[in-house]
Write a protein that binds this ligand. Structure first.
Ligand code: NDP
Length: 272
């Protein structure tokens, strides 16, 4: 009897840059699974229609990337707790002719930090950005029980809105969640760059006077040396880019679809 090839895809606009097919194929080969994994560039006007078309075409699952994570949340028939809270879906599973949505970005970040021996408990963290990536990880950051999370974003109103949305969860865990006061000199254990400043003209997304050699700088962007990482290296600080997070969030999607955990370290090595 021939085994049926399981079909997957990543959907975005644009999508050329995506490394998801390579990552999922590397995971599948660890278990000898036969899968196909395509990149699909979908025009924003036909997103919902395309998802239903792929469901009818017996796809098992999809990854969703920019700019569709919120749209995927809206069209899902059911979502996980984390997707409900973040209003974001990066992993779709088709089950019983229904669309189930999940979000693995936060888990990916936390797993990668753990692999790099960074324990967030009690830390003072600065989170840069208030877009999809920042919103996608803030709940998992809060759950990791740092001492404080200060937010900074180019559009201050969006950061303020994020604080309003997440204060309840931060208060519950006794975590200080507030806007960064750019005039104040503060020391952070970890600064996480969840902005796209590195790919949109390569601006510095935080005040230069807050860079310090004793802070760790984590940039969710990968594949290019951003101004953020360059400045951190210049002051002699520890730096990490987002490739590990990308692979760890993919591993969490893989587990949802295949119920097994791939060896992420092997794949991270492949990319580095
Ligand atoms: P969004 O478009 O939703 O948000 C972009 C954010 O970046 C906003 O906060 C925006 O500020 C800020 N920003 C954009 N340009 C600048 C600039 N020139 N200076 C300062 N701030 C700027 O994007 P996402 O949140 O979805 O993605 C952000 C980054 O995270 C991307 O680089 C993406 O590749 C990366 N990412 C990586 C993942 C991984 O697995 N490694 C997973 C998910 C995302 P404003 O509100 O003012 O517009």
């Amino acid at each position: 009897m021939t085994r049926k090839l399981k079909k997957f895809a990543v959907i975005g606009h644009p999508i050329d840059h995506s490394k998801s097919p390579t990552i999922h194929e590397a995971f599948a080969s660890q278990f000898g699974f036969d899968i196909s994994y395509e990149k699909l560039d979908v025009h924003p006007d036909s997103f919902g229609e395309k998802i239903h078309e792929l469901k009818e075409d017996e796809f098992v699952g999809l990854n969703i990337t920019l700019p569709f994570k919120n749209r995927a949340f809206e069209i899902s028939d059911g979502v996980s707790e984390i997707s409900r809270l973040t209003q974001s879906v990066n992993t779709i599973s088709f089950k019983d002719n229904k669309i189930h949505g999940d979000s693995t970005d936060g888990q990916g970040l936390i797993e990668d930090l753990k692999l790099n021996k960074i324990n967030l408990k009690g830390m003072n963290i600065m989170l840069l950005g208030a877009g999809g990536a920042a919103r996608g990880v803030i709940f998992d950051l809060i759950k990791s029980q740092p001492n404080s999370i200060l937010l900074h974003n180019r559009s201050v109103d969006r950061a303020k809105k994020m604080i309003d949305d997440w204060s309840f969860h931060a208060n519950k865990e006794n975590i200080h969640l507030a806007l960064l006061d750019v005039e104040e000199i503060k020391q952070f254990d970890l600064v996480i760059n969840a902005t796209s400043a590195g790919i949109m003209g390569n601006d510095l997304p935080m005040p230069i006077h807050l860079f310090s050699s004793t802070t760790t700088y984590y940039d969710m962007t990968y594949g290019s040396e951003t101004a953020f990482l360059k400045e951190a290296l210049r002051v002699g600080a520890r730096t990490l880019d987002g490739i590990g997070m990308l692979i760890c969030q993919a591993a969490a999607s893989f587990k949802i679809w295949h119920q097994c955990e791939p060896d992420v370290k092997k794949v991270i090595k492949l990319f580095k």
